[in-house]
Design a protein around this ligand. Sequence first.
Ligand SMILES: *Cc1c(COP(=O)(O)O)cnc(C)c1O
Length: 369
Amino acid sequence: MGRVYNFSAGPAVLPEEVLKQAANEMLDYQGCGMSVMEMSHRSKMFDNIIQEAEKDLRALMNIPDNYKVLFLQGGGSQQFAMVPMNLMKNKKAGYIVTGQWAKKAYEEASNFGDAVLLASSKDKTFSYIPDCSDLPITDDMDYVYICENNTIYGTKFSQLPNTKGKILVADQSSCFLSEPIDVTKYGLIFAGVQKNVGPAGMVVVIVREDLISDEVLPNTPTMLKYKVHSDANSIYNTPNCWCIYVCGLVFKYLLNNGGLVAMQKKNIEKAKILYDYLDNSKLFLGTARKDSRSLMNIAFIVNPNTITDPSKKEELEAKFIAEAKKVGLENLKGHRSVGGMRASIYNAMPKEGVIALVNFMKKFEEENL
Ligand SMILES: *Cc1c(COP(=O)(O)O)cnc(C)c1O
């Protein structure tokens, strides 16, 4: 059995070159006689791995010196609590709710202070990004929070919100390293790496130094203080060594392949192939509003205007997902909360995979319309 085209939203496809290198180095990492999984996180060998990974990530994203890079555990979800615990000095922050992940972050923040709902797109099943040019942001808010790419609905902020001078905090889990960004526009960025970067088990936090302090909410656990991890350069306790190593390989792979400018170009090209087809299809319909479309996660359904019987529509969707799997196009089922289909076409998804998917969709459309 060969490798399939894996459209999973996460854990997701990784560059084959990186997997092969990790396999080659599995038993004996660079002549040290053991694997990365077996070495001390305080060894010279691992120190090189983590420092190199940070250096390469800084180069890739052009991260300024006054930002710290942290490699932490607990996933994206733990950041939903860590952000308010560390940044809610006034116990008030604004949240823009553009999907389930943003909603979870908003609800979690409510446990620690006054989380204010600034805008939402819940009225249309989170299929768009609301206008964020003039939000009711008040002076006493500690930060404004967004989920920049909405993995489940396939939407993305094409423009960052006007935060009226407040710190911007962004969950970039599913768009991290998909295109160049200006880090200085953010106070804090976090990303669970299992979407667009590496294996599950780690979240990267990029945080402006002046936001890291001992002044956190009372009773904040030691492990949830940015300062603790920052002072210890991400090895306060045993980190996910394997994940840091594989992410490091991915960072190098991206640097060697033109960096984020090249990645963005490739990602635009790939997404266009699928969106162009969806825009001309009778059977399928893209669900995200055009001005809010994600390059990474593309959500679509069987068009209810074409197939008007709801049970027939669902039947066709199930058939599509099952038949796609049979030809090596895997994990196209939409998130359990929205149904339909979703193709996650992260950095490591080759253009050939997207072409194969579109060709299959055309054939399916011919046969089922
Ligand atoms: C997957 C995801 C999360 C949750 O990540 P975990 O690492 O599973 O906690 C948070 N935000 C976004 C945008 C995601 O896609």
